[in-house]
Design a protein around this ligand. Structure first.
Ligand SMILES: NC(=O)c1ccc[n+]([C@@H]2O[C@H](COP(=O)([O-])OP(=O)(O)OC[C@H]3O[C@@H](n4cnc5c(N)ncnc54)[C@H](OP(=O)(O)O)[C@@H]3O)[C@@H](O)[C@H]2O)c1
Length: 284
């Protein structure tokens, strides 16, 4: 079977073109949309990601402040900065970068991000709105998976989607978004007894575990669609996904590449959320 590459580049470009126009309109009316990136780590992969977000923002006409609190910041200091940005009239959008300092979880601090500026949908309020089917910002990576599938005309209604990973920022919100699209959803995790036995029953497998090669040929039914969310650093320094692409290719009807699949769509949606937050703020 020919395996179609589910590239995210074309979709990301279309989203970015719209975002750029909307950012320019906001700038013309007063000030560019402004994103605050809050960092509290000295992780090289995070620094690389923050830099790529800054460049993406710059290309689209979005102002971006990076606030580095240091890798030994306390939970109180992080919460204070998030709250201060929440009441700062010049800041439209807030994104807290992970990893956080040792011993501090996202859940310890994310409630300090005001929902109207929570462009990556990580606060308990944003996640609750999503679970209740109400309007709010949703985690960009989860949204990117759904948008990528729609872009490639892959139907979701009535299909069985198996999500591998149950984190609060990818797996769980993705399950909610897929339910809203009328998919039948199964969520797997590290305690799933026989992962392959579950994933082979799927029409669509989404790998979001952060484990190189976790999803191999035996996990994929002939003709299934596979979306690879994983971004892992291989021993040779290359960024690779969770799917053994060689094994899946030829079996799967479609496979998203890493890099170039979910990643660019995630960044594009994040930037679109920044513009939406700014538009909402200017209207209120
Ligand atoms: N492309 C993008 O834009 C983008 C954005 C965000 C994240 N990511 C990538 O997506 C991946 C997941 O991110 P995350 O933040 O959700 O990671 P995370 O918080 O570490 O969660 C990983 C999830 O995978 C599950 N898991 C781990 N090993 C497993 C195994 N052997 N079998 C089945 N499930 C397993 C874990 O189960 P337990 O709950 O039982 O521990 C957990 O639910 C990472 O590679 C990350 O870099 C990509």
């Amino acid at each position: 079977m020919d395996t179609v590459s589910l590239s995210g580049k074309e979709l990301a470009a279309a989203i970015n073109a719209d975002t750029k126009d909307r950012a320019a309109a906001l700038t013309d009316r007063g000030a560019p949309p402004r994103l605050a990136l809050i960092v509290a780590n000295d992780d090289p992969a995070s620094a690389w990601y923050v830099n790529s977000l800054r460049k993406a923002a710059e290309r689209l006409g979005i102002a971006c402040d990076t606030v580095d609190l240091g890798a030994d910041a306390s939970a109180d200091a992080i919460r204070q900065e998030l709250a201060a940005r929440g009441t700062d009239g010049a800041t439209d959008a807030i994104m807290l970068q992970t990893p956080l300092p040792s011993g501090i979880t996202l859940e310890d601090v994310s409630s300090a991000i005001v929902a109207t500026k929570d462009v990556d949908g990580v606060s308990p309020l944003s996640l609750g709105l999503l679970a209740a089917g109400l309007d709010g910002f949703v985690p960009a990576t989860s949204e990117a998976v759904v948008e990528l599938l729609k872009h490639h005309d892959i139907p979701l209604s009535g299909r069985h989607v198996v999500v591998v990973g149950r984190s609060n920022i990818v797996g769980k919100p993705l399950a909610q978004l897929l339910l809203a699209e009328d998919a039948t959803v199964t969520v797997c995790h590290s305690r799933t007894a026989d992962l392959a036995a579950v994933t082979v029953t799927a029409d669509i497998v989404v790998a979001a575990a952060g484990r190189i090669g976790l999803v191999s040929g035996k996990h994929v039914r002939d003709g299934a669609v596979v979306v690879d969310v994983g971004t892992n650093e291989a021993p040779d320094g290359k960024i690779v996904g969770d799917v053994d692409a060689e094994a899946a290719r030829g079996k799967a009807a479609g496979l998203s590449p890493v890099p170039g699949g979910v990643g660019p769509v995630t960044t594009a949606l994040l930037m679109r959320h920044v513009v939406v937050a700014a538009e909402n703020a200017r209207m209120s």
